[in-house]
Design a binder for this molecule. Sequence first.
Ligand code: MN
Length: 161
Amino acid sequence: MKTLVIASIVFSTLLLTGCMEENKKEVNKNELEAIFPKGELGPAENFTGNAWNTPLVADDSTYNTVMGNVYFEPGARSNWHRHPSGQILIITEGVGYHQIKGQPRQTIKKGDVVKCPPNVEHWHGASPDTGMQQMYILPKTENGIVTWLQKVTDQEYNSSR
Ligand code: MN
């Protein structure tokens, strides 16, 4: 009888620990793995929702290139904007959207590399349910870096066309 009681306590403890492990996994699944610090919150006039920017390579006259990392919380996105010399995005975590004006919205995910040509109006951000982490590379900064335009409306964000 004593053995049975002990066995059942051990079994219950294992079961409980197992559940807790499951919960931990569940929590981790909803958090994106961070490579870089979370950074600074992007200004509300250029972003809808929370987008966190960490500069990685500052502009200088040797490289004329700016690099950094942005973490978009679920539902967050940039305004429409243009880069005078284009932009390359490397998606390092999560799921998001990228759209060039007049083209269907693209779903982008971890491992994708997205090129946006010079002076083309576009936006990028997270999907509604999963955040998105992206490294950005802005070349030839002697031509400028970004021109910010109007907000991406909820209708534009939710339409895949
Ligand atoms: Mn861009």
